[in-house]
Design a protein around this ligand. Structure first.
Ligand SMILES: [Fe+2]
Length: 403
């Protein structure tokens, strides 16, 4: 939508910037965001920037504004000299305009720290031969490390099944404050269902941007609840990856599977508009290829992240289908570890030679006392998982030695 002309004062939008990521976040509750869309007082960034990457010397930066804009990123390895400029990917020669901004930095130098700011120039009016701009927002300077995929160790945390519990994401992330992580993984069911953009912003993008995501990348895979609701068809625009993918970092190859819904596709609640059987089968075919790639076979550790575990959840169709499709492949491929959620009860299931030859660690949630934070550290020789409860107490741990 191209908004009608409004003339925000310079002072007003500078004030927005000065609290960028601070009070600003609190101000933009779901209700306030809706107000912004309809009666914008000033052009502003309403969420982000937040980082996503599959590593490999690329970094995807996204942020959301409350009006259409032309956007770009200024960056460099010296915080005083952000002389490099990157825009969103052009399509058919046209640079993107809109409210959801995505810029990918490429050809980064392994191991180097980069500094960046995001810039958005409001589009006030778009005539065939005249584009009129309003204010230009320029964010604070943030930084990230372009991780060397050949690094010797990798460290990350996993949260799952918070189900929009008020304040839970902030409290769980606070348990890991001050620690250095390569990425943060959200293993599904962060929401009950998807309603609209204000819900996505207030429930995830704003708190994570404030806590870490402007400086440390996130990974997010859908649980069965992210597939529900009218806005489920729109959330992919906000993420570089929200479905299945794979990436290498340090000694590990990571496989991310999108396990879809738990009920049969023909269940009346889905209204005939889902095909998760087909989607899971597509992923099984993809994984059968992936497990033959050198990035997979040569990795010291092979870690699968999937919301519905291949075993130990209820016997609903989605769970059984995951076991049927993926478990034989995991056994053949010598997967070292599966990290899941969905059951709402934390449990460590050691390998069972008769069924699954790999351990399955399930994170808990969403109620107080049931939520977990998984800390995973992987070196060339061993993989360690520590599980904290929502009070920050270590409640279990698991070590895997390299085969
Ligand atoms: Fe679930």
């Amino acid at each position: 939508m191209i908004k009608a002309v409004h003339n925000a004062s310079r002072r007003t939008f500078l004030r927005s910037l000065s609290i960028f990521g601070g009070l600003f976040i609190a101000k933009h509750s779901a209700a306030a965001l809706e107000g912004d869309r309809q009666h914008a007082e000033s052009f502003s960034v309403v969420a982000g920037p937040y980082l996503q990457t599959n590593f490999g010397n690329e970094m995807c930066i996204q942020w959301i504004t409350n009006a259409d804009a032309h956007s770009w990123v200024m960056y460099g390895s010296d915080p005083e000299d952000l002389h490099l400029k990157a825009t969103g990917n052009p399509e058919l020669g046209l640079l993107p305009l809109g409210q959801i901004h995505r810029v990918t930095l490429r050809n980064l130098v392994p191991g180097k720290t980069y500094y960046y700011r995001v810039v958005s120039k409001e589009v006030l009016d778009f005539q065939p031969y005249k584009l009129s701009y309003g204010d230009t927002l320029s964010s604070d300077v943030y930084q990230f490390v372009n991780q060397d995929v050949a690094k010797s160790k990798v460290s990350f945390i996993v949260l799952n099944d918070l189900h929009e519990k008020s304040g839970a994401i902030e409290r769980m992330l606070a348990l890991d404050a001050g620690k250095t992580r390569d990425f943060v993984f959200f293993n599904g069911d962060m929401f009950d269902y998807q309603v609209d953009e204000p819900q996505l912003l207030a429930g995830l993008l704003q708190p994570i941007s404030k806590a870490f995501a402007s400086n440390v990348p996130l990974h997010y895979v859908r649980g069965n609840h992210e597939t529900r609701g009218v806005f489920a068809r729109s959330i992919a625009k906000y993420f570089k990856h929200i479905g299945y993918t794979a990436f290498t970092l340090g000694p590990a190859r990571f496989i991310v599977l999108d396990t879809g819904e738990d009920k049969v596709d023909s269940h009346p609640v889905y209204g005939e508009v889902v095909d998760f059987d087909g989607y899971r089968e597509e992923q099984a075919q993809w994984f059968a290829q992936e497990m033959q790639q050198p990035e997979f076979t040569k990795a010291a550790f092979r870690v699968v992240l999937m919301h519905i575990p291949p075993f130990y959840s209820e016997d609903e169709h989605g769970s059984v289908h995951c076991a049927t499709l993926f478990n034989p492949l995991f056994n053949t491929a010598q997967v070292d570890l599966v990290l899941s959620g969905h059951t709402h009860v934390h449990k460590i299931h050691a390998p069972n030679p008769e069924i699954h030859r790999y351990p399955i660690i399930i994170g808990g949630g969403p109620q107080d006392g049931e939520r977990t934070l998984l800390r995973v550290d992987i070196s060339q020789e061993q993989l360690d998982v520590e599980v904290l409860n929502d009070s920050g107490k270590k409640i279990s741990e698991y070590r895997i030695d390299r085969h």
